[in-house]
Design a protein around this ligand. Structure first.
Ligand code: NDP
Length: 315
């Protein structure tokens, strides 16, 4: 009898312990979940496109060391992206991966939703992804114009359309352009130069001009239309001018948010794009983009500029 009472008491206290621990979980786990979400929401986050190799990977690497927050390497190909992420992790860096093909609008919106859900937005966006035909490529100029503008201008613009509204106060947006944009601008007709340099050019007007270049290139009439013989150069004129348009718009629409948007040139860098003879290493190429991505809180300049070697250049 004595043993049965003891056993009953033991079972009762074990059950009440279990019940109370279940109660604890039921009561506290939503709180813990909310606390985790709040912590993630308040964490800073930086995102780099085309991060699987070249300058993009070096930008991710430097941000992992210099940026206080979560860093996302993104790439269009999951395999190449995860391989790059693993190689940076092997260096002891804490890096995250998300798939992002800037030519695929679904991929852009899915990534944008992910960062909105998980972090409530973004603190740093580096639009680095880009393409260039090799000088020796025999593809007709019309094709080079269409393909190059598609990624470098139109897809970068799609990225900004979906990501710019997510940039948090104090955020930094860096669009990797090129010194070739300045050279190509100077080769445009006076009329085009005036528009690209004007303070009142709108995103729609710029997009119409980029579209017109592609249409003229298809008819081999781009030179008569006042455009230079470089699809890459024109695409980067688009990237630089678009950065300036967005900077002006943000200053007007979100004047108190202190978001800084700039275009930059990484320099001539040894990558698959530029070849082995370029003077700068990818790490050196990352210096100016990372400088702009990590401009200190409270900074008001540079904003809406084209920056090379950490210095504002004449546009
Ligand atoms: P790389 O060719 O080495 O790397 C380009 C990166 O962009 C790759 O990760 C590539 O991915 C990615 N990419 C291309 N298309 C897409 C897409 N649709 N979606 C997502 N990612 C994409 O070039 P660099 O590192 O040299 O160039 C990086 C940036 O710097 C470019 O914008 C380039 O124009 C610019 N730049 C480079 C200079 C240089 O000297 N290297 C000089 C001036 C500017 P994948 O591997 O899948 O192809």
């Amino acid at each position: 009898m004595f043993f049965r009472v003891c056993a009953l008491r033991l079972r009762t206290s074990a059950t009440s312990l279990l019940c109370s621990s279940v109660g604890f979980q039921q009561f506290f786990s939503p709180l813990l979940h909310n606390a985790t979400t709040i912590t993630t929401m308040s964490s800073k986050v930086a995102v780099v496109t085309g991060g699987n190799k070249g300058i993009g990977k070096a930008i991710v690497q430097a941000l992992c060391k210099e940026f206080r927050g979560d860093v996302y390497l993104t790439a269009r190909d999951e395999g190449r992206g995860k391989e790059a992420t693993a190689s940076l992790s092997a260096e002891g860096l804490k890096v995250n991966f998300h798939q992002l093909d800037i030519n695929d609008i679904n991929s852009i919106t899915q990534a944008a939703d992910f960062f909105k859900q998980k972090y409530g937005g973004l603190d740093v966006l580096v639009n680095n992804a880009g393409i260039a035909f090799k000088v020796a490529d025999t593809a007709p100029f019309s094709q080079q114009a269409e393909v190059t503008l598609k990624t470098n201008y139109f897809a970068t613009r799609d990225m900004l359309t979906h990501f710019l509204p997510l940039i948090k106060a104090g955020g930094r947006v860096v669009n990797v352009s090129s010194f070739v944009s300045v050279r190509s601008l100077n080769m445009c007709s006076q009329e085009l130069q005036k528009r690209f340099r004007s303070d009142d050019i709108s995103e729609d007007e710029l997009t119409e001009l980029m579209t017109r270049f592609v249409e003229l290139a298809k008819k081999d009439q781009h030179k008569q239309g006042g455009w230079p013989e470089t699809a890459y150069g024109v695409s980067k004129i688009g990237v630089t001018t678009l950065s300036m348009i967005h900077a002006r718009r943000l200053s007007k629409e979100r004047p108190n948010d202190q978001i800084l948007v700039n275009a930059c040139c990484p320099g001539w860098v040894r990558t698959d794009m530029a070849g082995p003879k370029a003077p700068k290493s990818p790490e050196e190429g990352a210096v100016t983009p990372v400088f702009l991505a990590t401009l200190p809180a409270g900074a008001s300049q540079p904003h809406g500029k084209f920056v090379s070697d950490k210095t504002v250049q004449t546009w």
